[in-house]
Write a protein that binds this ligand. Structure first.
Ligand SMILES: *Cc1c(COP(=O)(O)O)cnc(C)c1O
Length: 487
């Protein structure tokens, strides 16, 4: 290298003037607080004007811009057009509604900046502590292991990978799935979340290896049908490997019979996995925890703190009863990631329990919100959402033109607006239009689904900001829009 090269001024990303950045940061925090505080005064959702859409086609920035200008763009083109799930009348799909403290925690984890692949640092200890707390909340034994992941889909993949490896009958990590002597079969109800299909595809078993067990009148897995499928598969030379029970289905909130499935798995020698992305946290709710009794006996469990704990995305968790099995499924030790007796690498690597190498510091937002409110408060909020769903269901049953479409077990209500004489396709069209008009007017966000072959609107109340008056408004508006459309 020549001398001239050394004479060039070196640079970095820190600001030339920290005071300017500080003023900016304070303004952002003040605005952010108001944004959350005033969420109820805004529409749930708003369609983006063309100029806003166009702003996202702007070219790659080559040179610098003042942070104040960029923040102005965020205020203009981003923050007024969110999905809407932090709003008190957002009940689509299934997700949490966030909190300001959760956002502060996200900020603080980025400030700490640690990579949760592992290491001898406080963030790694906090990560382990949060997993321990979640184990405790679920009634899992202290000896179980767990890992924080991006969400429920990844948590299910972690659990099902451990299940596949445990049940393969060969060293599947070394030999691959081609060496599995008898093709494996997994079982879940026909209400199973779609992430399980991706999981079995990714695990190399193929979608057909995931048998969909018919559900009963209450949308729970039919245990007789499960037994028959297992017997049929054994007779054909397959190896039944794992039952995936759902504690809270995404369509209706139905909870499979967990103790019965545990007993069947014991009889048949199968792995018992619970997809508790919706319902596992009911285990902390004093008024409803009996609904999920039995999940503490799962071999693996997926749960989702970014749903009923309302931490910002992303935060899921996989728990595995047999910690050695968990580690054997994912641990690798390349020469550049050896554990050391002292210093920064004096630790077990957290990535040995996970597919990721670098990992975000997800624990802090769970840790901070659990400490700030206490686990009892979250339990009460879960009970509150379940009571709100029961309240809405009762309103629907007493009002003409509204029809409940599925049993309400927890916080999900499926219903539709009906007009005597309309065909199923006409009712689908009418209800879809009601749903879209409510979204477009920013009144409330519902989604739709099909239950037992019939289309319906779906209200999933995983929202700490929802009040009964919001549900009254929903009923009024469905009747108003439905009435206008039906004449
Ligand atoms: C949400 C959900 C998932 C997927 O979880 P993500 O956090 O969205 O990845 C899986 N199963 C059920 C039952 C769910 O409700």
């Amino acid at each position: 290298m020549d001398d001239q090269h050394f004479e060039q001024a070196e640079e970095g990303l820190d600001p030339a003037d920290w005071n300017v950045l500080r003023d900016m940061a304070h303004r952002i925090v003040d605005d952010a607080l108001a944004h959350i505080r005033d969420v109820r005064d805004r529409p749930v959702w708003a369609e983006m004007p063309e100029e806003v859409r166009q702003s996202y086609a702007a070219p790659l920035p080559v040179g610098p811009q003042p942070l104040a200008d960029i923040y102005g763009e965020v205020q203009e083109n981003l923050l007024p057009y969110p999905m809407g799930n932090i709003h008190p009348r957002f009940w689509m799909w299934y997700m949490g509604s966030g909190s300001f403290s959760g956002a502060l925690a996200e900020f603080l984890s980025a400030i700490d900046g640690s990579n949760l692949g592992g290491g001898n640092n406080a963030a790694a200890l906090m990560d382990l502590q949060v997993v321990d707390w979640l184990k405790q909340m679920m009634g899992f034994p202290e000896t179980a292991s767990g890992t924080l992941v991006s969400g429920g889909s990844m948590a299910n993949i972690i659990g099902l990978t451990a299940a596949r490896n445990a049940m393969a009958g060969v060293d599947v990590r070394e030999e691959g799935i081609g060496a599995i002597p008898q093709p494996l079969r997994f079982y879940g109800s026909d209400q199973l979340h779609s992430c399980h299909q991706k999981a079995v595809e990714l695990l190399g078993l193929g979608n057909r290896a995931l048998r969909r067990v018919p559900s009963d009148r209450n949308l729970r897995m039919d245990m007789g049908a499960l037994r028959e499928l297992i017997a049929e598969d054994r007779a054909k030379g397959y190896r039944p490997a794992c039952v995936i029970a759902t504690a809270g289905t995404v369509n209706t909130g139905a909870i499979d019979d967990l103790p019965a499935i545990r007993a069947l798995c014991d009889d048949e020698g199968l792995w018992f996995h619970v997809d508790g992305c919706i319902g596992a946290l009911i285990a902390i709710a004093p008024g409803n925890r009996d609904l999920v009794r039995g999940l503490e006996a799962a071999d693996s469990l997926a749960l989702d703190p970014h749903k009923w704990l309302h931490v910002p995305f992303e935060a899921g968790c996989a728990l595995i009863r047999d910690a050695d099995r968990h580690r054997q499924t994912f641990a690798v030790h390349p020469e550049y990631l050896e554990e050391k007796p002292r210093g920064i690498a004096a630790t077990e690597y957290l990535h040995d329990y996970n597919l990721q190498t670098s990992r975000g510091f997800r624990a802090l937002k769970v840790w901070l919100t659990l400490k700030e409110h206490g686990v009892e408060k979250f339990g009460r909020l879960i009970d509150q959402n379940i009571a709100q769903a029961a309240y809405l269901a009762a309103r629907i049953e007493e009002v003409p033109h509204l029809e409940l479409m599925a049993p309400v077990t927890i916080n999900i209500v499926c219903f539709r607006f009906t007009v005597p004489g309309l065909s199923e396709p006409d009712l689908r069209e009418l209800n879809t239009e009601i749903m879209l008009q409510m979204q477009e007017a920013g009144i409330a966000a519902l989604s739709d689904t099909t239950v037992a072959g019939r289309h319906c609107l779906r209200v999933a109340i995983c929202n700490h900001r929802t009040r009964r008056a919001d549900l009254d408004l929903l009923v009024e508006e469905v009747l108003r829009i439905g009435g206008d459309l039906a004449v």
